[in-house]
Every structure is written in C-alpha cells, then in structure tokens.
Design a protein around this ligand. Sequence first.
Ligand code: F6R
Length: 616
Amino acid sequence: MCGIVGYVGEKQALQVVVEGLRRLEYRGYDSAGVAVVADGVLDTRKKAGKLVNLETLLGADPLPQSTIGIGHTRWATHGGPTDANAHPHVSEDGKVAVIHNGIIENFAELRAELSAAGVTLSSETDTEVVAHLLAAVLPTVRMDLAEAMRTVCRRLSGAFTLVAVHSDVPDVVVGARRNSPLVVGRGQGENFLASDVAAFIAHTRSAIELGQDQVVELRRDSVVVTDFEGAPADVTEYEVTWDASAAEKGGYETFMAKEIAEQPKAVSDTLLGRIGPTGRLQLDEMRLSENDLREIDKVVVIACGTAYHAGLVAKYALEHWTRVPCEVELASEFRYRDPVVGPRTLILAISQSGETMDTIMALRYAREQGSKVLAICNTQGSTIPRESDAVLYTHAGPEVAVASTKAFLTQLVACYLVALYVAQVRGNKFGDEIAAVVRELKDMPQKVDLVLDTTEEMKALAEELKDAPSVLFIGRHVGFPVALEGALKLKELAYMHAEGFAAGELKHGPIALLEEGVPVICIVPSPAGRSVLHEKIVSNIQEVRARGARTIVIAEEGDESVVPYADHLVRIPACPTLLQPLVSTVPLQVFAAAMAAAKGHDVDQPRNLAKSVTVE
Ligand code: F6R
C-alpha cells in the first residue's frame, strides 16, 4: 500500500521518480505526488487520482531540473483521496518534504501537540505531523536530516516507511523503516530508495534490504544505515534476479493477461531444482530441520485473500498426504482470537508480497507462542520471510496486476511441495507413492498451458454474461477454494456480486438465491479415483439447474456424465483431484478479467484496492 521512490544522483530526478512511480502504481492509485530540491529550494506537485493526473499537472506546471527527488503513489488511509491529502507533505517553512507508507498510530496526539504549539496543519493525514516534527527537530541536531529522522521515529508508533528531503541539505535523501517495506538500490554515482525493487530495476539490480527500525541516509556515492538510536546497522545486500522486462506488459493489453499467460512458466520455475533425480524432494533451502518436521502435531495456515484460498487447498493435500491435522485461518482473525498454538505447531504463512500486515502480525503472535513459522513467499527479502524461521520462495516473478493470478498457482505448488516433503520426512507415504505424485506435479505446467486455450471461450462467455446481476460458484473438496477464488476475482475486478459455496452447503440456505437464468459456475473434480465426490457434485449441478440456474460446468476432458446438465461446458485437462486447482482456476481468472474489460473497468488497477496491504 502506497508506493515510495527516492533518488539522488546525476540523472534528472523527476524522470527517474515518475518512472519509478509508474512501476509502483499497483500499490495504490488514490493520488500521486513528487518533490525535488533545486538551487536550495524545495518544490512539490501533487494531484488526486492516478499518476496520469500528476503527469498532466507536471506538463502544465513543470518542476525545475534537479538531481534529487522523492515521489509517492497513495492508497488512502487517513483522509480522503484529495489534492490536499496527497503526499509529499511539507513543513510550514516549506523546507522539509515527507512521504509515507503505513499508519502512524499516535498521530492524533502528535497533531494536538503541534496545534498547541501554533502549527497549522493543512491536511487530514497522519503523515503531515512528521514534516512538522522534522522541521522542529532539525535546528537542535545541526540540520542533520538523518539524526532528525531518528529522533522523530523514536516518537512514532505504528507502521511506517518514511522518506524525506530538505532544501538546506540538497544532496541527501533520508528513509526510515518500521513494519512497512523499503529497499535501497545501489547504483554508480546514484542511489535509490523504493517500496519495491521494481521502481529502480531499470537502473540497478544491486539492492539492500533494510531491517526493522532502521534509518538510511542516501547520497550520490554513499549509503549509511543505522538503527533508530544511531548505531551502525548490519544490512544484507543482494542481486535482483529478474530484469526490467519482467515488470513490463510485453505486448499484452494488461499486466493481468500477461501474468495469466506466464503461469505455465511460473509453475515450472517453482518446481525447478526441488525434485531430485529419483523423485525425492529436496527442500533443504527451507532452513527447517527434518527433526522439526517430525515433531509437529498440527499445521496452521495463516494468509489473506487469494493466498488464504491457496491455504485452503493446502489443508486437503496436507491432511491427505501427511495425516497431520491442518487448520486454515484468515490472518486478520487468527491474531485476535487467542488461538491454541505452541512449539509443536508449524505455522505456514502464505504471502505473495511478504508485506501483508495482517499476516505479519499473525506470524509474530505465533512465534511468541513458540511456534515455528514457514513462509511461502514470492518476494525476496520482504518482511514475512525475514521474520519467519524458514522460507520456501515461489518463483512467480514480479506480479504487477493487483488481482493475484500466477502467484496463486505458485503458492499452490509450494503448498504441495511442503505437504509432500512433510510426508517424505515423517514416512507417511512410501517413496514410490510420493514419486508418483511428483511425476504428476511435473506434468502440470504443460496442463496449465493447455487450459490457456479456453481463453477466447471464457472471454465470449463474459461478454454474454456481463449484465448478470450476480454469479455463483460451487465446488466440493479442493473445488470449494477454487469456487471462492473465482468469486473473489469477479468481485474485485468486475465489481459484481459473486459468491463461492461448498456445493453440499447450497441446500442449507444459499439455494434460495437461485432464480431463472442466474449463472452458476460448477467446478467438477476428476471422475477417476474419487467417484463419490464426482457423483455428488453432478447431483448438485442437477439441483441448481432444476431451479432455473444457467450452469457453466468446468469439467475434465472426457467426462461425459456432466454433458446433459451443462448449459455451457468448459473443458480442462484431466489431472488428479488434489492438483486440479492448478488448472480449474485459470478459466475463472480469464473470465473475471474479461468481465471487467467488458464492463469498461481497469483490469490491472481495480477501484479501492492496492496490491500490497501493509496496514491492518
Ligand atoms: C486478490 C489478492 C489479495 C491478496 C491478499 C494477500 O486477488 O491479490 O486477496 O491475495 O491481499 O496478499 P499477499 O499474498 O501479498 O499476502
């Protein structure tokens, strides 16, 4: 939530910063703003709405040339999405500009203190207090901006990434980090600060992770990191493994279309190097000992949104393959209900961004109870893997569209790998049984590729159904989380009523929603192996059709039993039921994106949302 960019170097800062903001716009698009320092004068421009509004303003009212600048793209928390609430916020003397991601929880008290001291606040944000506090502290610390930032940070509570510039120190950008993301990009004669490496990847791949409660002082040729007390801090440097083109649309109309198309590769990359020649899993990279895995008596998955749906699938796989009980909980609920976890509980924290605050708070709570946390994450160096005992990275590459697609499929793969690995270590399954599932898993990238062939058909279906007041999704077993995921995609992208149900639950209430023509998307498991499950859902399809629903049935190639009950039949490649979400989700992603496009919505940046939810 909120994208932050800072630059100091030799290039035109405004260009670098605006380009960086374009790559971070997925983090929030309620407003955008920039500040530069030129000839000892601070100048800002900011505008409500998407980045393009700011660019129009900059065209009409240009900023002076400068080699130092900061920029912000906002997801509003405190104060509506107005020009006045847009960042940067500037001190009364016009010399300090600050941008912020997170929530300063004690801002009301600080605002009151500033007002009592005669300061006039010109926005409704929590951020503005920082600009005024910095201005007040600077003269007491010999105009040392980093020291002023440390002093102010010690007074703040909550989550914050802050970046500031000051017109009297025109060669310094200062950043601070507590709980929200901030990375340094190290260049030649230039340095960058950003919420995400995507902002500077076109300039450098050399990055530094900042830790909790650290302040960084950036000049053209130096990066100095300390803790909030001023003591030098240890930092981890790393090379970003993907290049700028990975975060470009590459000829696709939307990032989401590109990311859906990238799924076969993302699945295959996530399997890569993790399966030995005999089919044994090699997950030593996780940093969790075999002994730890033998000791656990329960797994609890914590995650939000789409990642939570991946966790629901993990439960079916884990319990089936390992016989270890597994609970799945929304991270935002887990933390505040006094859950029963302890040293023998393995927590699986699933997150694409690694910065979701609800998940971070839940994992911190679990660690306090002595549980071990294994993160499944797509973002190297982000908070969730840093604070976990172990991590298994998904290799989806950067996901830019706000609605998650390829990250979801790779989360599923990582969950399958973890479940099979636990079964291997604990001896719940014979080696050849695990090797057989692993062989099936290795076939999945090709099957995901095949299911992309349904794209045109799903687009046509969306066009036909675009005026439907609501769409329902039903599934059983792992088809149930797929139904939830299909409904979530449709809600967030097409802004329409959509709900996913366990098909068996329909008759306990939701069936009353059915009336003539309501589209019901039915996810049908493989008829092979679990024929009872298959029979049951075929009966559920008949029940909804008997009540006038229009059935859109997603079923395996060759499954003829569903043909008489399908108003529209979408074929997916045959695969074992547990692995089926890897293919059955794909047409639903395409359907939701097409529905959004048919309704004229922005597919990559749906309203009110942000990709990385860094507030609770
Ligand atoms: C939906 C979506 C969100 C995220 C959720 C968790 O398409 O993207 O529901 O899945 O906000 O985000 P991460 O995985 O970054 O923790």
